[in-house]
Design a protein around this ligand. Structure first.
Ligand SMILES: *Cc1c(COP(=O)(O)O)cnc(C)c1O
Length: 447
């Protein structure tokens, strides 16, 4: 695996300098700016399969996968062909169309408890709309969320635990009014007692509990099934809706997402990423009864000029058809088990404790933690310092992970066993290279 990358990144640097003038921070979404790892992003020119190529022609073995959507890999020929054909029939109709109806049917067939779906253009929009629907359907205002879960950048979900009475939210972003944040309650993950206590106090005011059933935006904080069960039971008991934010896990863990994985039925579920196959798509769905509260049938307003866009719907539909036809989820699980094997051998030799967390095609290494953390509060505080070294070490050798210690990696159908060998061998190399200045010592000798 000759590494022929031009590490000077001349063209990338020129382009990014221009980007810094016309785009805040040089980017259209913050984590892309590499602030989490102290660096400068490569400006990408193209991508195919498991590889991305930057403006200097450097090639990277990619585990970012555009942050989750690309379950078939980059620019899959069947997908690009379908998108080309759809585009030729028209780029937008603003009217119902066949791919939109077929994709809605596919979601309803696949996901536990969903009978109807509304399409939107991003995960944020899906969550925002689902929460409005939950409030409209219950006639209540309070929303419960968990620290360590991300639900997009809607105002009342950009909220962190306040000091003192920990459940009262305070804005985690400038520009979010305190009064918006006050309608959100924040709880730690993996703590059933805290949820029970909150319901006891305010159960009759809670419209919805929203959770990533597979929290994958602050590391990969896999939850005990018992905790998710508790949420289901408490919501049912108190007349609150349970919203599973499956923007990452939906159609990635399997056709029924985390709900199928854990054998649970949320009242509403939100989708994004994989459901759009790399095009801007989000969706939310639930029973016909709950969804009938949406305009034009009900009083909860929700709309979008480009919602259900025929080209984007075609990309999503083609992705899901391909996954079903080729038993893609089974293949990804097999690949994931191979990743466990190979990476665990390397991580065992790490000079600092580390643990690999994986579910299906989503993986994360908890640097500094000997056991997988289940809550944001239990992630090692030095994780970022450790990860910076790993990240740049890998990137210099042409292997690309997400530029933040708290972002997960994604496998796609384009990845091969050889790709995974390359990841594990390169990581072994990086760790051998006097990782963090921690001497790996005789006991950790490796060849
Ligand atoms: C990515 C993500 C979102 C936001 O989706 P966007 O398309 O980026 O707006 C919401 N929830 C979860 C769980 C996500 O991973």
């Amino acid at each position: 695996m000759a590494v022929t990358n031009n590490l000077e990144n001349k063209q990338s640097k020129l382009w990014f300098k221009r980007a810094l003038k016309s785009l805040p921070g040089g980017v259209s979404s913050p984590v892309r700016a590499f602030h989490g790892v102290d660096g400068m992003p490569h400006v990408l020119y193209s991508a195919s399969g498991s590889e991305t190529i930057d403006e200097d022609g450097n090639r990277y073995l990619d585990f970012v996968g555009s942050w989750g959507p690309l379950i078939l890999g980059h620019a899959h020929p069947i997908l690009t062909q379908a998108v080309r054909e759809a585009t030729q029939r028209g780029t937008s109709f603003g009217a119902p169309s066949r791919p939109e109806i077929e994709l809605a049917e596919m979601v309803a067939e696949s996901y536990p408890g969903i009978e109807q779906v509304r399409f939107v253009s991003s995960g944020t929009e899906a969550v925002m709309s689902a929460v409005r629907l939950a409030r409209g359907a219950t006639g209540r205002d309070l929303i419960v969320k968990f620290s360590g879960c991300y639900h997009g950048h809607v105002d009342y979900l950009l909220v962190a635990a306040g000091s003192g009475l920990a459940t009262f939210g305070k804005p985690s972003s400038d520009g979010v009014p305190k009064t918006f944040a006050e309608l959100t309650r924040i709880l730690p993950l993996d703590d059933s007692d805290a949820v029970s206590a909150l319901f006891q106090k305010e159960g009759s005011k809670i419209a919805a509990v929203i959770i990533e059933p597979v929290p994958a935006n602050n590391g990969l904080l896999l939850q005990c099934p018992k905790f998710l069960n508790t949420l289901r039971n408490l919501c049912t008991k108190h007349g609150a809706l349970l919203i599973f934010d499956e923007v990452i896990s939906g159609f990635r863990l399997g056709p029924g997402g985390a709900a199928e994985h854990y054998g649970l039925k949320p009242d509403l579920a939100t989708f994004g990423k994989v459901i759009g196959g790399g095009m801007p798509v989000g969706a939310f769905g639930g029973s016909q009864e709950i969804m009938s509260n949406l305009a034009p049938q009900g009083g909860v307003y929700q709309a979008g000029t480009l919602s259900g866009n025929p080209v984007a719907m075609t990309a999503g539909l083609t992705t899901l058809h391909y996954m079903k036809k080729h038993k893609g989820w089974g293949m990804l699980e097999e690949l994931g088990q191979y990743l466990d094997n190979q990476l665990n051998k390397v991580i065992e030799q790490s000079p600092v404790p580390a643990s690999l967390v994986r579910i299906g095609s989503i993986f994360w290494i908890a640097w500094g933690s000997g056991i997988p953390p289940r809550s944001a509060e239990t992630i090692n505080e030095n994780a970022t310092n450790y990860y910076k070294k790993v990240f740049h070490g890998l990137l210099e050798q042409g292997v690309s992970l997400a530029p933040s210690a708290y972002e997960v990696g994604f496998l796609s159908l384009a990845h091969t066993h050889k790709d995974i060998d390359r990841l594990s061998n390169t990581l072994a190399n990086v760790l051998d290279n006097n990782f963090l200045g921690v001497n790996s010592g005789d006991g950790h000798a490796r060849n």
